[in-house]
Ligand binder design. Structure first.
Ligand code: MFK
Ligand code: FAD
Length: 532
């Protein structure tokens, strides 16, 4: 065996050792609030190293199982999840990972920056509890935006549980949109039907093809209302939004749901993702009939920001570990850190990751402004445009970056019990779920097809970011590149008449390039703004 053992890379406090987060928070938050946030993130960073990361690893090693029948053939659908998964959910509530974003005692302009920074630290150690948290945040946001807590007692009660800091009482939500026939084309693919049973309640029948975190308490889903003649409207305009408890509150039995199977997945193995048969699920219709898609968009636009957090937090984790390893691994007589080529490789990854973090923080800033009622119309347009761009841009960057990061460990990057390969597996889902890259690129075109001057608002926003930079030298170097990219967008959109959807379809082929260019401009401008 020999007497050499390699010193392993170690996880350090992800807040205090992040090269950018603290500096960015100083720029973004008022002094007094910065101190509170910073000390909370520091404590949380220590808890990640001392407690949370091991739980995340345990959840990976103890994937969920489903026992459909008991020994006597009774259907039980008993979902068995690692104790670490439940503990992580409890910790998430205690630490306020959802509640901070809704806490009325905190200035709404800043609380999203705090919350999303904390989620960024949590992500890679969370054992994929980050997934139910995203959907829980999306459900809370939908309840607030549609004022459902003012309309329905059940939703008021649910809202308080979703944003609870009590680890034993907090609830999580699911988001069931995808069916066999359509995950992107939800309007074309939804085959779930809702029959009214009185008092605004319905019974849902259908089959949901991907339903993650199925140990959740409640769910938002889409279905077609069936009229008295048994007919339902086809397409997106036939969809309505429904809220349902997953178990009957009194009997604790599943609410007309059968867990048909758990998906056997490339990654996210910690996360129970099921196919579900909805066989008379009692639900409340919470949108107007036919307004299901625009209503659930409130949820989607939040979960897409969480998705970007996942993408960038995985980048940060692999880079931090690779940097640490470079101080420990010796090759050809020198530490890796002393080889310029190795460090140049890491530096490239570092730039991409920093750009991603600043992009998330900008979305958090705008979301906070929108929720405080203080956003200008320019900021509202940019938040709408930025959200799909942020998701598609970071999702597309994360997989090649993590692959390069694994290579920094040589063969060890490929070995399961280092814990490193699961980062690549888990990251591979971020460009797929919550809308694939192409579908989000088309959402970007959807934003441009609105009657607002989206390109003008985007250009102004970028100019505002650049005006706030302190580094004149860098500004001068990069302004030309940004101007050229903006010019490219102007030419691209110059032939599109605002009200003409057909002309948007004609540029469909270029949608992905547009999404990526906009992502590059936002993140490039933010890098310049925050450069010291
Ligand atoms: C750890 C990280 C966190 C991740 C958690 C993950 C767990 C969950 C995993 C999941 O994957 S959940 C399922 C996610 N599924 C999707 O994201 C669906 C992808 N497909 C789309 O996004 C389509 O664009 C969509 C189904 C939303 C709409 O397609 P349509 O039928 O072609 O929509 P249409 O007719 O253009 O728009 C209908 C209305 O919705 C319009 O409003 P109006 O009726 O008022 O004109 C649109 O403007 C509006 N709309 C669509 N997308 C919107 C939106 N409004 C605001 N924001 C949006 N993003
Ligand atoms: P399709 O829509 O069939 O897409 C196939 C390909 O076509 C993709 O490359 C797509 O980009 C491309 N494409 C589609 N439309 C267009 C277009 N108009 N132009 C160009 N290209 C296009 N869903 C839920 O609702 N809830 C969940 O909890 C959930 N959990 C998930 C967990 C995991 C681990 C995974 C992998 C998925 C989960 N999903 C969930 C489903 C996920 O959201 C969908 O798989 C995703 O939205 C894509 O839908 P699809 O699989 O039907 O692919």
């Amino acid at each position: 065996i020999g007497d050499f053992s390699q010193v392993s890379p170690s996880l350090t406090n992800p807040y205090t050792t992040d090269p950018l987060l603290d500096r960015a928070l100083i720029n973004l938050l008022p002094k007094k609030y910065y101190h509170d946030v910073s000390s909370d993130l520091k404590c949380f960073g220590n808890r990640i190293v001392e407690e949370i990361d091991q739980l995340g690893r345990q959840a990976e090693l103890e994937p969920p199982k489903l026992e459909q029948q008991d020994a006597w053939g009774n259907r039980v659908d008993n979902l068995i999840v690692s104790p670490a998964w439940y503990k992580l959910k409890e910790i998430a509530a205690e630490e306020g990972l959802i509640s901070i974003g809704y806490d009325s005692k905190i200035d709404p302009k800043y609380r999203r920056i705090h919350q999303l920074s904390k989620l960024y630290l949590f992500g890679p150690s969370s054992g994929l509890v980050s997934c139910p948290l995203a959907m829980t945040d999306g459900a809370a946001k939908t309840i607030k935006e549609l004022k459902l807590d003012e309309k329905y007692d059940e939703l008021k009660y649910a809202y308080n549980r979703l944003v609870s800091r009590n680890g034993k009482e907090a609830w999580t939500s699911g988001q069931w949109m995808t069916e066999k026939k359509g995950g992107s084309d939800v309007g074309g693919g939804c085959d779930t039907y809702a029959t009214e049973i009185g008092n605004g309640k319905y019974l849902l029948n259908g089959y949901k093809w991907f339903s993650s975190a199925i140990d959740a308490d409640v769910c938002l889903t889409l279905a077609r209302v069936v009229d008295k003649n048994g007919n339902a409207i086809k397409g997106s305009k036939g969809l309505s939004l429904f809220y349902l408890p997953i178990r009957n509150p009194k009997t604790k039995k599943l609410n007309g749901i059968q867990m048909v199977t758990l998906k056997d997945k490339l990654g996210t193995r910690q996360l129970p993702t099921a196919e579900l048969l909805l066989d008379g699920v009692e639900a409340i219709r919470v949108s107007d009939e036919g307004r299901g898609i625009p209503s659930i968009a409130n949820m989607l636009n939040v979960t897409r920001i969480h998705n970007a957090i996942a993408s960038v937090s995985y980048m940060r984790r692999i880079i931090s570990l690779a940097r640490d390893y470079s101080t420990k691994r010796e090759v050809f007589g020198r530490k890796l850190i002393d080889w310029p080529l190795h460090m140049a490789t890491l530096s490239k990854l570092e730039v991409e990751c920093r750009a991603g973090l600043l992009f998330i923080l900008e979305a958090a800033r705008l979301l906070g402004l929108q929720e405080s009622g203080e956003a200008t119309s320019l900021e509202i347009i940019n938040l709408r445009l930025m959200t799909p761009v942020l998701k598609l841009y970071t999702g597309k960057k994360t997989v090649p970056l993590i692959s390069e990061g694994l290579e920094c460990f040589g063969g060890q990057g490929y070995i399961e019990n280092t814990g490193l390969p699961s980062i690549l597996r888990d990251a591979q889902v971020t460009p797929i779920w919550e809308g694939t890259t192409n579908v989000l690129s088309l959402d970007v075109l959807r934003v441009f097809s609105s009657k607002e001057d989206v390109l003008g608002a985007f250009e102004k926003h970028i100019n505002n970011i650049l005006t706030n930079t302190k580094n004149d030298e860098l500004l001068e170097k990069c302004t030309e590149k940004i101007k050229n990219a903006l010019e490219f967008l102007k030419i691209f959109f110059s032939n599109i008449s605002k009200k003409n959807k057909i002309s948007l379809m004609q540029v469909d082929r270029g949608a992905r390039e547009i999404g990526m260019v906009i992502g590059k401009i936002y993140s490039g401008a933010l890098l310049i703004q925050h450069a010291s």
